[in-house]
Design a protein around this ligand. Structure first.
Ligand code: UDX
Length: 428
């Protein structure tokens, strides 16, 4: 099938390349010419395992800033543009409407328009109303909601081997068409109404965010009563109803989805006169969790002024260069405000963090360089490159081996045996 994808962000590009892999003719559209040039040269605008290789090898995918031609020729158009967060927590749909306008201005035949961007519940209906009202000829359009569930770092696998493909369609024809698009993935397909599909996306993400905040809450209590969160989650995980996933306590969730999607659904609930109190709690716990470790350190040091601090791990999770809503950022801001001398290390996030802090902090090429002469080390991302640092290295390289581990990367006994003053989450 001839498919156009509006937006070469995370979702657009990963969806595009995966659909191209199963034989569809895909054109990814973006107005940013520099991005298009980079993609045409075989580069990827962000780090994602396997993506660049696939982009280089696949001949079914093209990149263009000429959206008019792309929309004219497509049988199906996916909208995968950004939906940033407004200051009040609601989702900003400016780009979705911009693309919708460009589609109806250029469409020359009947077309199915698939909304892949994460949009508030009810948006597909509103987009349909907007498009049908403004379309200038007798062209028939169908709107389908088809949310994605990919995680950064495993995005290609999450798409090719999706746990489920949700197709929210209000007509049998459009549902069948989307089924055909995805048939070769051979994954479970769930057909729902458009509104339910939109809700499935938010409810899934918010449930996972809730799971993380719940376990972080329990971890904090574990510290107070002398229990160990790792033992607790291990014990819990044998119950199939609970499972073992998304129960890693730490410095809270970040990224482009959980923080935004929890606030957006919470905003929507209040807008409809019903507050999702569980989601509000997840948001509140997460905000406090991000700075809990540094508060612990502050009790020990009273001030960070003039103290050499190392931060290991900057991205919101391993496997990505993304720093959006990363706990490291909240903490570096606090450290700098307090007058700390900060050196950072991350295996892939360094270029992005330089854009935020330029010469306010020092950038180390290796963990060893980052730890040299340091008095406190914070760990915010559980990269393998960080977990592989031997406990003895902290003792040997740091001026005073105080390690605050926000991702429970080490066994407490290993650190203590090596002479490290070690603090982590939910374990004492
Ligand atoms: C998430 C969803 O997993 C994905 O299905 C959705 O489409 C987009 O949002 P992503 O943001 O890429 O994906 O990352 P994810 O692996 O879910 O992690 C999100 C955050 O939660 C990270 O900061 C991670 O460190 C944190 N997390 C995750 C925990 O703190 N504990 C856990 O047990 C799991």
């Amino acid at each position: 099938m001839k498919i156009a994808i509006a937006g070469t962000g995370y979702v657009g590009l990963v969806t595009g390349i995966c659909l191209a892999e199963i034989g569809h003719k895909v054109v990814c559209v973006d107005k940013n010419q520099r991005k298009i040039d980079l993609l045409r040269d075989g580069g990827a605008p962000f780090y994602e395992i396997g993506l660049e290789d696939m982009l280089k090898k696949n001949h079914n995918i093209q990149f263009s800033s000429d959206f008019k031609t792309a929309y004219k020729e497509a049988e199906i158009i996916f909208i995968a543009v950004e939906t940033p967060e407004n200051v009040d927590g609601s989702a900003n749909l400016t780009y979705v409407y911009e693309v919708s306008k460009e589609i109806i201005e250029n469409l020359q035949h009947d077309c199915t328009i698939v909304i892949k961007s994460t949009v508030p519940v009810g948006t597909s209906d509103e987009i349909e109303e907007y498009m049908k009202k403004n379309i200038h000829n007798n062209i028939h359009i169908e709107i389908v909601s088809n949310p994605e569930f990919l995680s950064q770092g495993t995005a290609i696998r999450d798409t090719m081997e999706a746990s489920r493909i949700i197709i929210g369609a209000n007509s049998q024809e459009s549902a069948n068409l989307l089924k055909q698009v995805y048939e070769s993935f051979n994954r479970p397909i769930v057909i729902t109404s458009r509104t339910s599909a939109e809700m499935i996306k938010y409810a899934s993400n918010d449930f996972l965010a809730l799971k993380i905040s719940f376990i972080n809450d329990i971890a904090n209590l574990c510290e107070l009563v002398g229990a160990d969160i790792e033992e607790v989650t291990h014990g819990m995980s044998f119950d199939d109803r609970i499972g073992s996933k998304f129960l890693n306590a730490g410095v809270g969730y970040g990224g482009s989805c959980f923080p935004k999607d929890t606030k957006s659904l919470h905003w929507l609930s209040k807008d409809r006169g019903y507050e999702l109190k569980t989601v509000r709690a997840a948001i509140e716990v997460n905000e406090l969790q991000k700075i809990r470790l540094i508060q612990k350190a502050k009790k020990q040091f009273s001030s960070f002024n003039g103290i050499r601090v190392t931060v290991l791990g900057l991205t919101f999770k391993p496997g990505t260069d993304d720093l959006r809503e990363a706990p490291s950022i909240n903490n570096i801001d606090i450290l700098l405000n307090d007058g700390a001398i900060v050196t950072v290390y991350d295996p892939v996030g360094m270029d992005n963090v330089k854009k935020i802090y330029s010469n306010k902090i020092t950038y180390a090429q290796t963990p060893d360089i980052a730890l040299k002469d340091s008095e406190i080390c914070f760990i915010f991302t559980e990269w393998d490159q960080i977990k592989q640092i031997a406990p003895s290295q902290y003792k040997r390289i740091m001026k005073t081996p105080n390690v605050y581990d926000g991702r429970n990367c080490y066994r407490i006994s290993d650190m203590i045996d090596s002479g490290v003053n070690y603090n982590s989450i939910g374990r004492s």
